[in-house]
Design a protein around this ligand. Sequence first.
Ligand SMILES: NC(=O)c1ccc[n+]([C@@H]2O[C@H](COP(=O)([O-])OP(=O)(O)OC[C@H]3O[C@@H](n4cnc5c(N)ncnc54)[C@H](OP(=O)(O)O)[C@@H]3O)[C@@H](O)[C@H]2O)c1
Length: 263
Amino acid sequence: MAITAPDYSVKGKVAIVTGSTRGIGRAVAEALAEGGAAVVITGRKQEACDKVAAEIAAEGYKAIGVATEVTKAADRENLIAKTVEAFGRVDILVNNAGVGGAPKKMIDMDEAYFDLYVDADIKGLYFLSQLAARQMQAQGCEKGTHPYRIINVGSVAGIKSPIGDTVYGSCKAAVIHLTRIMANELARFGITVNSVAPGYVLTDMTKDVIADEKNAAAVNRMITLRRYAQPAEIASVIRFIAAPAGGYLTGVNIPIDGGMVLN
Ligand SMILES: NC(=O)c1ccc[n+]([C@@H]2O[C@H](COP(=O)([O-])OP(=O)(O)OC[C@H]3O[C@@H](n4cnc5c(N)ncnc54)[C@H](OP(=O)(O)O)[C@@H]3O)[C@@H](O)[C@H]2O)c1
């Protein structure tokens, strides 16, 4: 009997990863490059994008950097155009860029903070997904196949109810829900749409929270595995969703949280 091995390769795919100059996004870009995809590195500064792209290319992988402020329509359009110009297509979009890590209670809330989070964490993701989906629709695919991927990075803050996260948590809850509706709308174009919800990951976003020993211990107690995640542990799940092995998932949210949602 021939045994069919699961296919975790993304060879020949073209992947855009927003917010990939550092943190989770960078680990995702590296994991996809290692899997054989050409990757597009984005962040707000061209220099930082170029640096990461050059480091990935130095390992023998395909990568370019395209500075993109996800809240700006012109930047989103430029990102898709530059990707198509360089690699001819878009197969995978990972909507990872976002703001977070500065909890603020509702009683102290101001509109500037609210708008910053909504624009970066929902609006940018929404309209970049729209552009990517239009590109994927134009590329086409064989009827009954679903080769394209949109993968959104949510958060456990969108599932649990952490104090100080009315805005961030609500944005991330919206990400989880719009993932489900987008999955329903975009299946006909050969696109699956899923989200992941990381718990606490060691990145710039969490370094201030974790720097305070008392805070760090309190957070640790909420995690069943009693440790924070490394960015690569989020990236490996995203790589699985992006690969043919994850091809029958759509509209799903996967918590990658060491068991935080259990507590
Ligand atoms: N770290 C965690 O514990 C954790 C937990 C749950 C969910 N998440 C989510 O995971 C994602 C990545 O988080 P991270 O911890 O890796 O963050 P990070 O280390 O702060 O990195 C954020 C990345 O996003 C980019 N970025 C931020 N705002 C942007 C904007 N308006 N336009 C374009 N790019 C922007 C940054 O690029 P530049 O600064 O170079 O422009 C950077 O590359 C976020 O969506 C976050 O909400 C993180």
